[in-house]
Design a protein around this ligand. Structure first.
Ligand code: E4P
Length: 218
């Protein structure tokens, strides 16, 4: 399973990249706004800065909602860097745009996915990645992981090549359960990635090893 970091914060992207386990980055308009990145030129430059840090796919989301706007914006984003993946919302115009990008060889990430029906449409359109929002599903008392399992089963039966990218991840358990459910990629905040390292018995065990070594060598 590939690991993407879900942020537009350059320091966090660098920190995750230094771990040596990072495969890419996802952003969205809210994450860009959170970093204070506004205006078309600054936004495009920010994507270039992310691509300069990480050698992996970087999802850049369109903000247009109509087909022509998405196509124009997506083509501009894709021209920024070979690692840019155009992120397109799961709407009627979005699916049309994904289909258009597929024919042009531009890679896409279909975002805001909340059902298996939507997952089938995105795969039919040739999306490179599909982003089911598991945290937001859990927030509304449904089961996000169950959706990943269902989509993984459908994609396997049908032979769809679209990669399942578990998004809206809130914690380390979401990462583990996404891996178990058959996600190809998980995109997570840095805090969820760092949470995977934690186990008290690791800390206790290491302290004991070091103490024994010190005693035996003093
Ligand atoms: C990433 O692709 C998504 O935009 C992101 O994971 C959404 O996360 P949120 O539900 O925490 O806003």
């Amino acid at each position: 399973m590939k690991f993407f970091i879900d942020t537009a914060n350059l320091d966090q992207i660098r920190e995750a990249n230094e771990l040596g386990i990072l495969d890419g980055v996802t952003t969205n308009p809210s994450l860009m706004a959170k970093e204070g990145i506004t205006g078309q030129e600054n936004i495009l430059n920010h994507y270039k800065a992310i691509c300069a840090i990480v050698d992996g796919d970087v999802s850049a989301e369109v903000i247009s909602t109509d087909f022509n706007g998405m196509v124009e914006e997506g083509e501009r984003l894709a021209a920024l860097h070979t690692n840019i993946v155009v992120k397109v919302p799961m709407t009627v115009d979005g699916v049309k745009a994904i289909s258009h990008f597929t024919k042009k060889g531009i890679r896409t990430n279909c975002t805001l996915v909340f059902s298996s029906g939507q997952a089938i449409l995105a795969a039919k359109a040739g999306a490179t990645y599909l982003s089911p929002f598991i945290g937001r599903i859990d927030d509304s008392s449904w089961d996000g992981i169950e959706l990943i399992e269902q989509i993984a089963e459908i994609y396997s039966i049908q032979g769809y090549e679209t990669e399942i990218l578990a998004a809206s991840v809130r914690n380390p358990l979401h990462i583990v359960r996404s891996a178990q459910a058959g996600a190809d990629v998980v995109t997570c905040p840095l805090s969820a990635i760092m949470g995977l390292f934690k186990h008290p018995l690791t800390d206790i065990g290491l302290a004991q090893f070091l103490a024994d070594h010190k005693k035996a060598n003093s």
